[in-house]
Design a protein around this ligand. Structure first.
Ligand code: IMP
Ligand code: MG
Length: 181
């Protein structure tokens, strides 16, 4: 480990940068095909989805608008509390728009359930979900994931937007913290 790589010591690669980028090309094609002839509002869930959203939107060949909302869903370090609130709302109304929610990971599903309920009260034309990751073993509520990147085991993952105590979002891959395994 070189001196400059010390900050990411102890993180094992689970999904490589190449695998992520290849999957994004696939997802972009599927979304482009499914929404052909329509306009789309991509809604990124901050902060975890910012890299995924940035890469994904560049593979969608449609007129899109991008908006973001902030949610806080956990207070602990690696556990979801189930208490969810909007910390920063969308800038634009989504009435009569096709919404694609872009998330980093669906774990228990509680965050997505809350978000879909909230967005549906704003009378969009449709709502679909695109999540980079899904941790099915942790699922408490059934929420649809229309476009999925990868299924991951029940481990705490970091990188490519996902954090541990705010860190590691800037990894180009998704990794597992070895001392949390
Ligand atoms: P859920 O409400 O349990 O589905 O949790 C969703 C949110 O918890 C995600 O949007 C992430 O921000 C966070 N989260 C869940 N699992 C992980 C993980 O393994 N690493 C980093 N963040 C996670
Ligand atoms: Mg999140």
């Amino acid at each position: 480990m070189t001196e400059s790589a010390k900050w990411r010591e102890g993180i094992r690669v689970l999904i490589s940068a190449e695998e992520i980028q290849a999957k994004i090309v696939e997802l972009g094609k599927a979304i482009t095909r499914d929404y052909a002839g329509s306009e789309l509002t991509m809604v990124g869930v901050l902060k975890g989805s910012f890299l995924f959203m940035a890469d994904l939107c560049r593979h969608i060949e449609l007129p899109i608008t991008c908006d973001f909302l902030g949610l806080s869903s956990y207070h602990g370090r690696t556990r979801t509390s189930g208490v969810i609130r909007i910390t920063s709302d969308l800038n634009q109304p989504v009435e009569d728009r096709h919404i694609l929610v872009v998330e980093d990971i669906v774990d228990t599903g509680l965050t997505m359930e809350y978000l879909l309920e909230n967005l549906s009260t704003r009378r969009p034309k449709s709502i679909k979900v695109c999540s980079l990751l899904h941790k099915p073993e942790q699922r408490l509520v059934e929420t649809p994931i229309d476009y999925l990147g990868f299924t991951v085991p029940n481990v705490f993952v970091v990188g490519y937007g996902l954090d541990y105590l705010g860190r590691y979002r800037n990894l180009r891959y998704v990794g597992v913290m070895e001392d949390a395994e």
